[in-house]
Write a protein that binds this ligand. Structure first.
Ligand code: VGL
Ligand code: ZN
Length: 194
């Protein structure tokens, strides 16, 4: 079981209506099942004095991230819309980091990649964690094969001891098995799957 303390941070990735609600435009199968588990973890983290940080996919109406503009995704999480809002059942108790605001593929909570130039830029998440002396991160949320995967991989690269809560994540699975491949990739990178 994950033990939280002030050196740990729980990262709650993209639990937004477009992913987490069955009516969302990029609805993730089983997302509804993981919400109570995420809320349990939020309660545990807060009780132990660990930071809880939330990410939000936050896209402009047109971005090369979307299929209509040359990318691969249906329009989702457009800034200021219902779909971009954090799910109403999610317990909120910490800072929110938005990514993708300038049209980047914001898969990782830690970095944003310009889809045209490939250039990577950091979000404010790393600074926030370092400021608070956080050395361990615990990752949950959506989706296993994209934002959870990218965030956990970046966390290991940045030297955070990284745990992924396999009961509190769910996958898009554009291709069957994407979830298993993402789990293997995270484990390979040194993340602990719990
Ligand atoms: C995500 C696909 C597109 C995610 C974001 O949050 O995993 N997936 N944008
Ligand atoms: Zn997106």
């Amino acid at each position: 079981m994950t033990a939280y303390d002030p050196t740990a941070a729980l990262l709650v990735i993209d639990v937004q209506n477009d992913f987490a609600d069955p009516a969302g435009s990029l609805s993730v199968p089983r997302a509804g099942h993981i919400l109570p588990r995420i809320n349990d973890q939020v309660a545990k983290a807060v009780a132990a004095g660990a930071l809880v940080a939330y990410t939000q996919d936050w896209h402009p109406p047109s971005t090369p991230h979307f299929a209509k503009d040359g990318g691969i995704w249906p329009v989702h999480c457009v800034a200021g819309t219902w779909g971009a809002e954090l799910h109403p059942d999610l317990v909120l108790d910490g800072p929110i980091i938005r990514k993708g605001s300038n049209g980047e593929d914001g898969y990782s909570g830690f970095s944003m990649r310009d889809p045209q130039t490939g250039e990577e830029r950091p979000t404010e998440l790393q600074g926030l964690l370092r400021e608070r002396g956080v050395t361990r991160v615990v990752v949950c949320g959506l989706a296993t094969d994209y934002c959870v995967n990218a965030t956990a991989l970046d966390a290991t690269k940045l030297g955070f001891e990284t745990t992924v809560l396999t009961a509190a994540i769910a996958a898009v699975n554009l291709k069957p098995g994407d979830d298993e491949r993402a789990l293997a990739e995270m484990a390979e990178a040194g993340a602990r799957l719990e």
